[in-house]
Design a protein around this ligand. Sequence first.
Ligand SMILES: [Zn+2]
Length: 235
Amino acid sequence: MPAPLLRDIKNSILHLFYPRLCEGCSKPLVTGEEILCLGCSMELPETNYHLIEDNEAAMRFAGRMPYNKVTSYAYFTHEGLLQHLLHRLKYQDKKDVGLYLGRRLGARLRDSGWADGIDMIVPVPLHKAKEANRGYNQSRLIAQGISEMLGIPVESSVLCRVRDTASQTNKTRSERISNMSEAFMITDKAQVRGKHILLCDDVLTTGATLEACALALMEEESTKISVATIGIAVS
Ligand SMILES: [Zn+2]
């Protein structure tokens, strides 16, 4: 029996005893469905920003830093499906949700030629202590999913977070930005010099974190930055 067929049969038997459930509605998934059932999958509110140059995500960085392109995959709303999925990814150890969302975004970027000319994907780093505590960096999983679709490598070690800026909630916008500056540092200047880097993260809110990462990377002259996030927070 050919190996792929044998694997399919093994998986089918496994799923018979341990059915995989939809992360949206908890119904058992059928063959070919991953993370979300077809119905929930179609309910993810995609922005199609990769087709619109001056989109809302790009406008959050306009006048603050030079960028090549910016996109966010779907709208992130209070108690929406995407908020639920990203919560599962960040706080409930559902790493495959990150890969899944990254692949969905990556497929859109690949099909539209959006990422042509990009040399590497760099996820927003977590502070070392925080990553050790969570066991993984959710943005790196998203980056891996994007990378699988685009065939562009993930280089997560070129940037590191030297200061933990986690508790930003009670600060004003300008306090947040000054708190964030110098939070990130390039670890390998030669590797980013002259490169077009795609920074990626889970959700775009004020953009302060991504801006701080971009400014750190652009300390190396002739480095170009594009940004892609899974969600964009909208009220
Ligand atoms: Zn569902």
